[in-house]
Write a new protein. Structure first.
Length: 162
């Protein structure tokens, strides 16, 4: 990981804490060649600049046995775009949503922990289609690459795929 505009030491600190931010300042310092006081000061400065936005516990709800990740592509009527965006973004199952290039297109990523939740979302879309020209829900088969989630790109042979 390298962020332009930060010096080499700040970038080293970010690399060290990327996968485990629970390390002590002393442990981080030992890995980057700084004292714990210097590490603390640099991390606080990066927090103030907004480079470090927080330290979070990642809970993997996707380990639910019935869980289902999906993508949604919606094309909205131009005069209804904002209302469609609000309806989609307000749904609990939607994790990320983006306005993308094209005719009033929205791409969203969602996750349902249970089959019934997925079915209810699909029903909600069908029953609240005002302003939607088209909507396509695509189930995820498997991850190819997920930098944020720590999945490395590995080409699976056809026989290895789920």
């Amino acid at each position: 990981m390298h962020i332009d505009g930060l010096d080499e030491l700040d970038n080293k600190i970010l690399s060290v804490i990327k996968d485990n931010a629970r390390q002590s300042f002393s442990d981080i310092g030992a890995q980057v060649g700084l004292s714990r006081v210097a590490v603390k000061a640099r991390m606080e400065a990066m927090e103030k600049k907004g480079v470090i936005e927080g330290y979070h516990t990642k809970i993997n709800a996707e380990s639910a046995p019935e869980g289902r990740r999906f993508f949604l592509e919606v094309i909205a009527q131009p005069d209804q775009f904002d209302q469609v965006v609000d309806r989609i973004a307000s749904q609990e199952v939607i994790r990320r949503a983006y306005a993308v290039t094209g005719d009033c297109r929205i791409i969203a990523e969602g996750y349902c922990t249970k089959k019934m939740q997925y079915e209810n979302f699909a029903r909600y879309l069908r029953n609240n289609s005002n302003g939607i020209k088209s909507a396509v829900i695509m189930d995820t088969l498997y991850a190819i690459k997920d930098v944020c989630g720590g999945v490395d790109y590995v080409r699976l042979e056809e026989k290895e795929r789920p």
